[in-house]
Design a protein around this ligand. Structure first.
Ligand code: UD1
Length: 440
């Protein structure tokens, strides 16, 4: 991947450049400071990753703007390069030339660092009729199956085999099919939607995810010749076409990053303004924070929040969009940790997604677990301590707790944070937090 700011051509000569290594970085946060000012929200990771994979569908030079600079987007760029694409990142603009694909294999070493690599499976089968994609393993919060991806592709005629840890398809000719998801799945919806755009005939997908990332992908694909109907509803009808034009699109704002900053204001009793966000995508988080006593003024692309002196307790259950996102469960727990009263937080999407709990407890939070239900009794103060990041959103939760904890918190292993938040430390610093990145 060429990340030189002024590189003139689509040159992949630096393709093997590693993702920025932050393995040994830690954050030192001194809590207790109020935040103020304005913060710009980056493009959405969860919209950018499938969009990058979708460039495999059509040969040519694709243009993606507002791509967040994250280790996950760098990893996806490397996956595309391994397949023969040429990727050039200039600032937040990404050009991807998929004219000549030279391989159909997404290797284990890349897939294991980022499960979203599996998004290349459907596009490869659709365009090349073949794919060899490492089966992702489990993750820190459970097995995270991909059966719906595979069952849906099988319904479309892809006879896939498991070969030494790889999902393998050969001489596949995708055909339209009717497939209804037994569970709402963001990943499987994107996967099958991409595959169906080039399948022979019409595909009907039922019980699909309607996350903004999915809608944005459908809109972008339709703009280059796909025929996806029902966009934004629970049923998609996709008429396969012979070919697509290259994508030319702007990545939507990151609703999870935005909501994380709102939670930062809530936890510190601060007033800040988010710029370049989409308040319509953050409805559930905004309503929850309002219940906790935050005053929120939501315009279209700007949201101003004023946190209360102390947040109120609240009950939260994660659900598919437009419900409260599982990607905000950890961060809202940090707000509840210092809230006045007892909050109950249920994660119905990932039942084991609670690796942040023992770390929050180290900071003085009172959290009791019963299966997928956390009961959080708010305490008046948290205390700084050394803690460890375990995944993207768990890391963000620790940052939020550290912003309000007394004294110093050292958060290790923040490469997790760098996977999903662009310059979170720099953005918080600009808002007045005491945050320092050190090499351990
Ligand atoms: C999920 C979240 C997404 C979040 C992402 C990363 C939902 C609906 N999805 O997306 O918002 O950004 O995690 O944190 O909130 N499932 C299966 N079989 C499959 C695929 C999924 O059983 O083949 C199940 C999962 O175990 C889970 C549910 O379906 O319980 C939703 O999973 P899915 O939306 O596919 O996960 P992600 O795409 O990772």
């Amino acid at each position: 991947m060429d990340v030189t700011p002024d590189s003139p051509t689509l040159d992949s000569s630096t393709a093997t450049e590693p993702a920025r290594s932050t393995t040994m970085d830690a954050l030192i946060i001194r809590g207790g400071r109020r935040l103020s000012g304005r913060v710009e929200i980056s493009g959405a990771k969860n919209a950018a990753l499938p969009m990058m994979a979708a460039t495999l569908l059509a040969p040519g030079v694709h243009t993606l703007r507002n791509v967040p600079l994250l280790s996950d987007t760098r990893t996806m760029a490397r996956v595309l390069e391994v397949l023969g694409a040429r990727v050039e990142l200039r600032g937040h603009a990404c050009k991807i030339d998929t004219s000549n694909l030279t391989s159909v294999e997404a290797p284990y070493d890349l897939v294991r660092t980022m499960r979203a690599s599996i998004y290349v499976l459907g596009p490869l089968l659709a365009r090349m009729g073949a794919a060899r994609v490492s089966l992702p393993g489990g993750c820190a919060w459970g097995p995270r199956p991909v059966n719906l991806h595979l069952e849906g592709l099988a319904a479309m005629g892809a006879a896939l085999e498991l070969d030494h840890g790889y999902i393998v398809g050969r001489e596949v000719r995708l055909a339209g099919a009717d497939f209804t998801f037994e569970t709402v799945s963001v990943g499987a919806t994107a996967q099958l939607m991409m595959a169906a755009t080039l399948a022979a005939g019409t595909t009907t997908l039922g019980n699909v995810a309607i996350e903004p990332d999915i809608t944005a992908l459908a809109v972008a694909l339709n703009a280059c010749g796909a025929r996806i109907e029902g966009v934004g509803s629970r049923t998609l009808t996709i008429h396969g076409v012979k070919g697509l034009r290259p994508l030319d699109t702007t990545i939507i704002p990151d609703r999870i990053e935005g909501a994380t900053f709102l939670a930062a204001a809530a936890v510190t009793g601060s007033s800040i303004t988010l710029e370049r966000c989409d308040s319509g995508h953050m409805g559930a988080a905004i309503r929850t924070l309002e219940q906790q006593g935050c005053e929120i003024l939501a315009g279209n692309a700007e949201v101003t929040i004023t946190g209360p002196r102390r947040p109120a307790a609240v009950d939260v259950t994660t659900e598919p969009f437009p419900g409260f996102p599982t990607d905000m469960q950890a961060q809202i727990m940090s707000v509840c940790a210092i809230a006045d009263g007892v909050s109950v937080i249920r994660d119905t999407i990932y039942l084991d997604r609670f690796t942040h709990v023992p770390e929050l407890v180290r900071l003085g939070a009172d959290v009791r677990m019963d299966g997928n239900i956390a009961t959080v009794t708010g305490v008046e103060r948290l205390q700084g301590a050394p803690v460890m990041a375990t995944d993207i959103r768990a890391s963000a939760a620790l940052v939020l707790a550290a912003l309000v904890a007394e004294g110093e918190t050292r958060i290790s292993r923040i490469y997790h944070l760098d996977r999903g938040y662009e310059s979170l430390d720099q953005k918080l610093l600009k808002l007045g937090a005491s945050v320092e990145r050190i090499q351990e």
